[in-house]
Write a protein that binds this ligand. Structure first.
Ligand code: 5RP
Length: 222
């Protein structure tokens, strides 16, 4: 069993009968979905699930988890997802899969948000290893890019996987990937990005996670 699987199984055992559970996106979230489906089938665990992406929805459906559309949810009991970077202050960077809006919506709408990572994802500051993704309304991208440059960012429009066009999110936004020559405090940058008109959502998840499960060579720390 690898480390991603290990944390995912541990998180799936936090789920209690009757809970409404948000399903994250990515390889770690997939292991969580698998274990949740196993518990649902074999242990009779009753849950309602909401997916943060089409990919996770299809996986959950294939494995027989009862799904509810996000528009029917007033709140969730638990949201479980991976992350690309996590600081000691529990600020996260997410969004390599670029379904940021649904991920943050479910994370914010949940009583608990458990983040699943291996030790390699712990960083001193957000943006240390990966660019910071900013989802923008298509017609706003140039004006948003200028505002981001004024904050000291290099902003590159993300290309699609085939590199023959731009990446488009599931609700039609573009993505600007940001890098900085000098570091701005994560909390300040989070607020600055929140304040730019035309930004739909961004990859800094500040003050949202309630627990981080960290796997390190076969052991899990909370
Ligand atoms: C998707 C995400 C993922 O949770 C993050 O990229 C981690 O992925 P993985 O579990 O495959 O390492 O934020 O938007």
């Amino acid at each position: 069993m690898n480390d991603k699987q290990l944390v995912a199984i541990q998180a799936a055992h936090q789920v209690k009968d009757g809970m409404t559970v948000g399903l994250g996106t990515g390889s770690t979230a997939n292991y969580f979905i698998q274990e949740l489906a196993r518990r649902h089938q074999e242990e009779g665990l009753r849950i309602t699930a909401a997916a943060s992406s089409v990919v996770s929805a299809i996986k959950a459906q294939e494995l027989g988890l009862p799904l509810v559309a996000i528009e029917h949810l007033g709140k969730l009991d638990l949201y479980v997802d991976g992350a690309d970077e996590v600081t000691t202050r529990m600020t996260l960077l997410k969004g390599r899969g670029y379904d940021l809006v649904r991920e943050k919506l479910l994370a914010r709408g949940s009583d608990q948000f458990i983040v699943l990572i291996d030790k390699s994802k712990l960083v001193g500051r957000i943006g240390e290893k990966f660019p910071i993704p900013v989802e923008v309304m298509p017609f706003a991208w140039q004006l948003v890019k200028s505002r981001l440059q004024a904050l000291g960012a290099h902003a590159e429009l993300r290309q699609n996987a085939a590199k023959d066009g731009w990446a488009i999110t599931s609700h039609g936004s573009l993505v600007l990937d940001l890098t900085f020559d000098s570091h701005t405090d994560d909390e300040t940058l989070n607020q600055q990005l929140n304040d730019i008109p035309g930004v739909v959502e961004h990859g800094i998840f500040h003050d949202i996670a309630t627990a981080i499960f960290v796997a390190d060579n076969g052991k899990v720390e909370e």
